[in-house]
Design a protein around this ligand. Structure first.
Ligand code: GDP
Ligand code: IMO
Ligand code: MG
Length: 431
């Protein structure tokens, strides 16, 4: 069967968790390859709601191997909290079920503090980060001053790593008029967690390339969305990792040749949390309020209200190209039930020029005007519908129009938060 990468094609929160959980049934190994606990993936199984930040969504299935790859930045205390919570909910997590790359970079307390200090200082120009220390931790990784998981079991190496890292960070703390960190303070804190976290540590690249796993089906679980990609997103209002599908390979140590299929997840409308441009946003608008209320559009991680707007096909077409998306999964179709009229953005006008993509280098917050196609809505309830034929004809037309404007076929449509409320048009594991 095909190895799949699942990525969000908008600004995150497209429903990746639900889809990875659903598709995970047919996979053997589920791998997180970038991001950290800035992610919030919600999975609803019957009466239970699980919110995962660092753990791959495969963790809810007992017979699957879940892997956190080297491309992630890992907050060990946040991971412990998440595991403890899941265990309380009846999910067991052993070292045979969860493996973490020994070369993963850690998020340490000063990363979180720096994230907050910088956002506060930026005032109105803040990014609106999740405050989890993601940016500072990735900066340290490429700045070659990270502490990595494998360092925890080597006290001499750990001290050297911390010395290098704190030489940098204490200059910043001084500049912010904050107390400096001492090496022993961080060492002591890390000691609390070392034995817990180290039991999951392995050489992930060797595990995934081992003979016994050569024919296993791998599902790579993206976090954030393509428009938050540090290179191709709405920079600087982005996260600090590459969120696009090719990151699956470098973030896990699996050759790009083994990645067969890319599934792009899109909401039937658009949302964004945090600051930054959003051409189709509905501000002070009844439809915007409907999407937020019916779609329960509140951030999983920070509880912030998500900004809501119309489906932006120009933007999704662009991210489908960047990801090499084979097929899309459209989620939250049910949230559109009852709306009289729907709009899809198919391009933009800016300074009397037309664009069918998001131009780089322009002031996207001010000058951009979306070009819309208008569609008739439907009044029937689509919640829980599980076959295409049972959808209202206007909903089918809306799906077909999304396919046409983004240039990719819909493989899956989701009609409620629940695990099984899915219309599968094509099985993505088969060519
Ligand atoms: P992720 O970050 O991409 O995994 O998405 P989130 O979990 O942050 O946000 C998606 C939200 O929509 C979650 O609360 C899901 O339970 C919910 N959801 C997913 N699919 C559907 C759907 O088809 N219909 C509705 N109504 N809710 C959905
Ligand atoms: P999932 O995986 C939505 C946004 C933040 C902020 C920007 C940078 O649930 O889709 P960061 O803390 O990463 O430095 O914040 O990115 N952001 C997300 N928005 N869903 C997410 O993850 C996000 N992860 C980060 O709101 O605008
Ligand atoms: Mg989310």
């Amino acid at each position: 069967m095909n190895n799949l990468v699942v990525v969000g094609c908008q600004w995150g929160d497209e429903g990746k968790g639900k889809l990875v959980d659903y598709l995970g049934e047919k996979a053997d190994i589920i791998v997180r390859f970038q991001g950290g606990n800035n992610a919030g993936h919600t999975i609803v199984i019957g009466e239970k709601t699980f919110k995962l930040s660092l753990l791959p969504s495969g963790i809810l299935r007992d017979d699957k191997l879940s892997i956190i790859g080297n491309g992630v930045v890992l907050d060990p205390w946040a991971l412990k909290k998440e595991i403890d919570l899941l265990e309380k909910m009846g999910i067991t997590i052993s070292k045979n079920k969860l493996m973490i790359a020994e070369n993963v970079s850690l998020i340490l307390p000063f990363h979180k503090e720096l994230d907050h200090l910088r956002e506060n200082l930026a005032g109105a120009k803040k990014i609106g980060t999740t405050g989890r220390g993601i940016g500072p931790a990735y900066e340290d990784k490429v700045g070659r001053r990270s502490v990595r998981l494998s360092d925890l079991n080597n006290p001499i190496l750990l001290r050297a790593r911390l010395e290098r890292s704190l030489t940098h960070h204490n200059v910043l703390m001084k500049g912010y008029n904050k107390p400096e960190y001492s090496i022993s303070q961080i060492e002591d804190k890390l000691k609390e967690i070392t034995s817990f976290i180290s039991k999951f540590s392995i050489s992930v690249w060797q595990e995934l390339n081992d003979k016994k796993n050569k024919n296993k089906t791998i599902l790579f679980e993206g976090a954030q969305g393509s428009l938050l990609d540090v290179d191709f997103g709405t920079y600087p209002y982005v996260t600090s990792s590459n969120t696009l599908a090719p990151a699956a390979s470098i973030g896990s140590g699996v050759s790009a040749k083994r990645v067969d299929t890319v599934i792009g997840i899109v909401k039937a409308y658009t949302t964004r949390v945090g600051e930054g441009p959003f051409p189709t946003e509905l501000v002070n608008d009844k439809v915007g309020e409907h999407l937020a209320a019916v779609g329960h559009e509140k951030g999983t991680v920070t509880g912030r209200e998500r900004r809501c707007g119309w489906f932006d096909a120009a933007l999704v077409k662009q991210t489908c190209i960047l990801n090499g998306v084979d097929g899309i999964a459209i989620t939250k179709l049910d949230v559109l039930d009852g709306l009289k009229e729907l709009k899809i953005c198919i391009g933009y006008k800016m300074n009397n020029k037309s664009y069918n993509f998001l131009p780089t280098g322009a002031d996207l917050e001010k000058d951009i005007e979306p070009i819309y196609e208008i569609f008739e809505g439907w009044h029937e309830c689509t919640v829980g519908v599980s076959s295409l034929e049972k959808l209202p004809k206007n909903a089918i037309y809306y799906i077909k129009s999304i396919e046409k404007y983004v240039g990719r076929p819909a493989y899956i449509v989701s009609t409620s938060p629940n695990r099984n409320d899915i219309i599968e048009i094509k099985n993505p594991f088969e060519r």
